[in-house]
Design a protein around this ligand. Structure first.
Ligand code: GLV
Ligand code: GLV
Length: 333
């Protein structure tokens, strides 16, 4: 008989085909994130769980008797801060994520936010649409509406030089930007190859950058990495780009800084209390806000689904260690 698993969302077809072939499974078909009690009810008798970053796999879930047969958790995301990995490691349960699949898509969104905030696309678009004459406005006379410099005279500071940070650097280099990076793991060879200057202090990056892009995972070390102190170190003309995780930034501090023009603008694809948006943020004119679409390409989502499904097959069917498990230390001592 096939191993039984539970899936908290209908995945792209290519992934569902893999599941059909190897597993008995149920899938949650609701439109929003699965309620926790529904998840708990449905994991009963399952050996695998395929979940989303909107599903907290916390103590309540893990310690529930219905969870006791689970042998593996595959998270359909590259970030996995929704999963209590420490707890699962204690239970010798591997956890996998989906690295690589969404690198290019997310870097595109980060670059798009740099362009959209720098060029003030939204304001210009709104002005054009609301102009009753049905003509495009003449050359802007108001100097406030002009960009002082093209991007090739700007410096981008990347916090976190993993796959996505590197892919963003390559894009920004194409625009002639100067690139600084602050990263936990120094990568001198890569930095040299892609033309990035690594700094040893984040404060320096904040101080020298015209754009600061967050591309690190959300961990205990990076939660609230950017608060008022850091925002004040940034230039008044600086723009913050976040395509990583909302909780890396103290959002109330960011809102204050945007209101008081401590920094100039922000381009955000992620928010503190996702899927809820702080209404103060949406009232601001100096923000560009996207509904977490960093991985929203067909290719990225299919890749993520296939990788998550295949990881479950590797471990639960073929008894092989999945390539992409995040708690390797439970096997390799
Ligand atoms: C998306 O945010 C992901 O972590 O995959
Ligand atoms: C994306 O794939 C990353 O881990 O940077």
């Amino acid at each position: 008989t096939k191993p039984r698993i539970y899936v908290t969302r209908v995945l792209p077809d290519q992934a569902m085909k893999i599941l059909d072939q190897y597993f008995e499974y149920d899938v949650f078909r609701g439109n929003s994130a699965i309620p926790q009690d529904t998840l708990i009810k449905n994991v009963k008798d399952c050996v695998g769980l395929l979940c989303l970053l909107t599903d907290p796999i916390n103590e309540t879930v893990i310690s529930h008797p219905n969870f006791s047969k689970i042998k593996m958790v595959a998270n359909y995301a590259v970030g996995y801060e929704n999963v209590n990995v420490a707890k699962l490691s204690e239970l010798k349960i591997p956890v996998t994520n989906t690295p690589g699949c969404l690198t290019e898509a997310t870097a595109d969104i980060a670059m798009s936010l740099i362009l959209a905030t720098h060029q003030r696309f939204l304001q210009h678009d709104q002005a054009l649409r609301s102009n009753q004459n049905g003509t495009i406005l003449n050359f802007q006379k108001d100097t406030q509406d002009l960009n002082l410099d093209p991007l090739c005279n700007k410096t981008l500071g990347i916090v976190g030089l993993g796959r996505i940070g590197q892919a963003l650097a390559i894009r920004a280099r194409g625009f002639g930007m100067k690139i600084l990076a602050y990263t936990r793991t120094p990568r001198p060879k890569i930095s040299q190859r892609i033309g990035v200057e690594e700094l040893t202090k984040m404060d320096d990056l904040l101080q020298y950058s015209d754009f600061v892009s967050l591309n690190c995972p959300c961990t205990e070390q990076t939660k609230h990495l950017i608060g008022m102190e850091q925002l004040k170190m940034m230039k008044e003309s600086a723009i913050l780009i976040n395509t990583a995780r909302g909780k890396i930034v103290v959002e109330d501090d960011l809102i204050y800084a945007l209101k008081k023009r401590i920094i100039k603008a922000a381009g955000l694809d992620v928010f503190y209390n996702e899927p809820k948006i702080n209404p103060e943020l949406s009232k601001l004119q100096n923000t560009v806000l996207l509904p977490h679409i960093g991985s929203a390409t067909t290719r990225a989502r299919a890749g993520m689904g296939i990788l998550a499904a295949q990881s479950l097959v590797d471990y639960l069917v073929h008894k092989k260690w999945p390539k992409n498990f995040v708690n390797k230390d439970i096997f390799i001592k």
